[in-house]
Ligand binder design. Structure first.
Ligand SMILES: C[S@@+](CC[C@H](N)C(=O)[O-])C[C@H]1O[C@@H](n2cnc3c(N)ncnc32)[C@H](O)[C@@H]1O
Length: 231
């Protein structure tokens, strides 16, 4: 199966996710050793959506990151540009209003959401700053963003161990399960090349977000960044 390169050409990225869509959720559980469920719960807590609030879940894939918002009473819109991922999601959760859209040119009006969130998606978008600006545009003044993404473990010895797992163990193991080693080589390489916690916070400030803050989860394997659109 074809993998994307670190240039993150949108057609290549979408086609790679089309290819893994069927096994995406199961493989996630396996390769994260079940940690993904905790990361998702903390993301939902950070967004703290009230019932009836409008939440955009960007790069929502199969909608796994969107479901808890809907189940909590928010009006969540899962959006993604991989039709394969959207189809799997729509089959599983026909009640959710999946919308096809590119994170760098969102098909939504200005100020149409109370909050926007993106889980394990921003790293795959060709232009990080353009996506951050689009998220700012579609959120109302005073609205918030929460980004859940792989990051850089803070403790040196753990970072070394993790990077060994990432680069040496994860691609062959996930490749054997899915018969698609290339996509997991991409996963490992894209995580290693991704900005640190502080660098991402700077990009958010540069895109116009204020009150930018982050917290590390699982020792910094994942970071949750949050910010507010200036009123
Ligand atoms: C790792 S999946 C994350 C899915 C989901 N948020 C989750 O937590 O399971 C990354 C998703 O980002 C989407 N994506 C990447 N670049 C995108 C872009 N420019 N616009 C919209 N979606 C994009 C991919 O299609 C893929 O479904």
């Amino acid at each position: 199966m074809s993998r994307a390169s670190l240039e993150k050409n949108p057609a290549e990225v979408a086609s790679m996710f089309d290819g893994i869509a069927r096994h995406y959720d199961l493989t996630n559980d396996l390769i994260s050793l079940g940690q993904d469920r905790r990361w998702r719960r903390l993301t939902v807590d950070a967004v703290a959506a009230m019932p009836g609030e409008r939440v955009l879940d960007l790069a929502a894939g199969t909608g796994t990151s969107s479901e808890p918002f809907a189940d909590g009473g928010a009006y969540v819109v899962p959006s993604d540009f991989s039709f394969g991922m959207l189809q799997v999601g729509k089959r599983r959760r026909p009640d959710l209003p999946f919308v096809a859209g590119d994170a760098t040119r969102l098909p939504f009006a200005d100020e149409s959401f109370d909050a926007v969130t993106i889980s394990f998606g921003l790293r795959n978008v060709v232009d990080t700053s353009a996506a951050l600006r689009e998220m700012l545009r579609v959120v109302r003044p005073g609205g918030r963003v929460v980004i859940c993404e792989f990051s850089t473990p803070t403790w040196g010895p753990f970072r070394t161990l993790y990077q060994e797992y990432l680069m040496r163990a994860l691609p062959p193991v996930a490749g054997a399960i899915t018969k698609d080693r290339g996509s997991y080589d991409y996963l490992a390489e894209s995580i290693r090349a991704w900005p640190t916690q502080v660098e991402l916070a700077r990009l958010m400030l540069g895109a116009g977000w204020s009150h930018v803050a982050y917290r590390n989860v699982t020792g910094g394997v994942v970071a949750l960044h949050r910010a507010v659109r200036p009123a």
